[in-house]
Ligand binder design. Structure first.
Ligand SMILES: [Zn+2]
Length: 506
């Protein structure tokens, strides 16, 4: 599956210490104002399978934001999809509307808009906006074309909006729930971990268990089909349609889903009948539509700006680069993207052996944009975010803290994207100090730098970028398990040591 990639073209940092990255590494890049926060979800091929979540003839759009997740009807007008603008914005703030002849005046919080029935030209806060099709008024209700929302909404909300038009899913600002799936062999069990609680409808039928998510801003996985090396649970698929996401798990026996971890984990196993009983029985579709245990509606909220008191000590490790983006060519054989992934996996091992749950942002050779990385990380609400780079020059480790541009302010439902890190800067400093101490204990040379790095500036957690250079023995050792062990042990110990300080109220 293709991900639309928002990797930016921007200037590389010009300090000597990032020589490896000059001109070829967009991750180590200078932050600047951005128009678009969310990773655009990839256009999806419409699938033949009808989602179970709703009467299939009713067109709907799901809207996800920090303030609310909700679903609205989509209207067919003039052979196009339309929505009521008031209904879109009402859950997000104060709205008023009045009709004046053919003019329709609309106000969201302090932002004024003026629309004209039968016209494409509108004005928002004194600026012209051109809609892709006519504005319509019906019974005092102003209707706008669905595909005008990515242009229109940012004018009212003061922040970015991403629309997946094919699936009719709209993401306002920095929201997203991601998931990982893995199968364990004995007994065959599929474990799906979500970054926030979820509450899907679940239905089973012979050979399949379907989960349909309407209120969760689930972000597509790297691949739409996951195959597992398991006869009982051979595969799972992901699709989006009509404002909903469906994850379908195929099974050679009837499957059964259960929830754990406050709705963050769904475990799929063979239903509690023996395979023999199942085989003897006439297969009957058992439609099992039920809203599941999790009492929380699964809104993804931005972390509060205080930054303290994460409920669990959870780390996100970001293996920089990947997929089409190789990072630096460290040697003829060695791509930075492979080295960062190896270090990331090792670091997860070290953290988990110290009791810290860890999410590695990419499990394989996947292309992820900087925005996608920041969104995935923020949605997971970690205590610490750490991103890994590798370099061919110099030795030891360089640590980068963020350098924040001044003047960012939060507006409406948004945190300012480029200064999202600012409230967490003291926590980031704490982690950095702690990691430096552990690296020095192991005689690893450490340098610290401050740079306006993305995605560090966009992370709403303690955040640190680590660039790993080879040991004295030379570049080939960069990929050796011994060196990876040495470095990741020190970083993990430092991250754990920072825990007490982060937990202490400031
Ligand atoms: Zn890099």
């Amino acid at each position: 599956m293709r991900w639309n990639n928002n990797v930016e073209k921007s200037k590389a940092i010009t300090t000597k210490d990032t020589k490896d990255h000059e001109g070829k590494d967009p991750t180590m890049s200078v932050a600047h104002a951005r128009a678009c926060v969310l990773a655009t979800v990839a256009p999806l091929v419409l699938c033949a399978t009808v989602l179970l979540s709703a009467p299939s003839d009713q067109k709907r759009i799901s809207i996800y934001s920090a303030a609310a997740n909700f679903t609205l009807s989509v209207l067919d007008r003039e052979h196009r999809d339309y929505v009521s603008l008031l209904e879109v914005l009402e859950p997000l703030g104060r709205v008023t509307a009045k009709t004046d002849g053919s003019r329709w005046k609309f106000r969201y919080n302090n932002v004024e808009g003026e629309f004209n029935a039968g016209k494409t030209r509108a004005r928002v806060q004194g600026h012209d906006v051109d809609l892709p099709a006519n504005f319509l008024v019906e019974n005092g209700r102003g209707l706008v074309p669905l595909n005008s929302l990515p242009v229109l909404l940012p004018r009212f909300l003061g922040g970015p909006v991403t629309l997946n038009e094919t699936a009719r899913r709209l993401f306002v600002g920095n929201v997203g729930v991601h998931f990982t799936a893995q199968v364990k062999a004995n007994p065959p069990t599929l474990v799906i971990d979500f970054s926030s609680p979820v509450n899907p409808m679940i239905a089973t039928e012979p050979g399949k268990l379907r989960m349909v998510f309407t209120h969760e801003p689930i972000v597509p996985p790297g691949s739409q089909t996951l195959t597992f090396d398991n006869k009982t649970i051979p595969s799972a698929s992901y699709q989006e349609e009509n404002g909903a996401v469906e994850i379908a798990v195929s099974g050679s026996v009837p499957l059964f889903a259960s929830f754990g971890n406050d709705g963050r984990t769904i475990t799929v196993t063979a239903a509690p009948q023996t395979a023999a009983q199942v085989a003897a029985r006439t297969p009957q579709p058992q439609l099992n539509l039920s809203a599941i245990t999790s009492p929380t509606q699964s809104a993804t909220y931005l972390p509060s700006v205080s930054g303290g008191g994460a409920a669990t000590y959870f780390a996100v490790v970001d293996a920089s680069h990947g997929g089409e983006e190789r990072g630096a060519a460290l040697s003829d054989q060695l791509s930075e993207k492979d080295v960062t992934l190896a270090f990331a996996r090792k670091l997860r091992q070290e953290l988990e052996s110290r009791g810290v749950s860890t999410l590695v942002l990419r499990e394989g050779d996947t292309t992820l944009s900087l925005d996608q990385r920041a969104n995935l990380a923020n949605a997971a609400h970690p205590a610490i975010y750490i991103c890994l780079h590798a370099a061919s020059q110099g030795t030891g480790v360089r640590l980068y803290g963020s350098m924040l541009p001044s003047g960012g302010e939060s507006r409406g439902p948004f945190l300012d994207w480029d200064t999202a890190q600012s409230a967490f800067a003291p926590a980031s400093q704490t982690v950095e100090t702690s990691v430096i101490a552990e690296l020095q204990k192991k005689q690893i040379s450490v340098r610290t730098l401050i740079a306006p790095l993305r995605p560090l500036n966009n992370i709403t957690a303690a955040a640190l970028a680590v660039e790993i250079a080879p040991p004295e023995a030379g570049i080939s050792e960069l990929n050796s398990p011994g060196y990876q062990q040495l470095i990741t042990e020190a970083i993990a110990t430092g991250m754990v040591a920072a825990r007490e300080k982060l937990d202490t109220p400031r």
